[in-house]
Ligand binder design. Sequence first.
Ligand SMILES: N[C@@H](CCC(=O)N[C@@H](CS)C(=O)NCC(=O)O)C(=O)O
Length: 219
Amino acid sequence: MSTFELSYFEIPGRAEATKLLFLHSGVPHEIKDVKWTEWEKVQMTAPFGQLPYIVETKEDGSKFILGESHAIERYIARKYGYLGKDLQEAAFLDSICDNGNAMTEKFFTRFDLEGEAKEKAAENFLQVVLPKYIKYQEEILSKNGNNGFYLRDEFTLAEFLNAQMIRIVNAYSGEELFSSSKSPALWKMVQNVQNHPGFASYIKNNDVKLKEYSKVFLK
Ligand SMILES: N[C@@H](CCC(=O)N[C@@H](CS)C(=O)NCC(=O)O)C(=O)O
């Protein structure tokens, strides 16, 4: 069996879904939290000069290095059975992930801006992006019986990715933008993930980090 190293900054961000895939599948892995002081050195080996990236060591000792968070997520999800049972299900789950990623990217837009542009980006997120994401995601979840899963009652990449992005958006906005009353079907999906016994200690630690790093975004 392959073993993996995942390198990312300590902050909850682009590596969340991959971490949950590793935990849920039980694949041997090591998380390497890269400190800012180490970044200059690590950057020289990081594909595209960015984090996250993974190093897979195969049974024969050969290595496979992969960058870009979504390529990593899909590689691990496909390899260990978290993208449905056929191409169509994989494409359906991909679309849910892409939709979650687009929502998250738009949430973070404001942090690269200043003044009026920042306010406009925040307003656009609240008034356009967020309601649209909630509306369509709620519809998809309710078509599957409103059980907090996108497909049957299976954990896939789509639950891990969207749940962690929702937890991040709530924490880094300092508001309950998602909740049992505002987005009930999505909230049930988040609960499925965060209450899964196999994630208990990860989520406990993740909550502490979200609280700590939310200070960076809320200042
Ligand atoms: N499209 C890339 C974006 C990666 C990215 O922006 N990584 C940031 C951390 S979240 C980074 O490495 N920043 C340090 C730098 O670019 O010097 C992905 O999804 O992996």
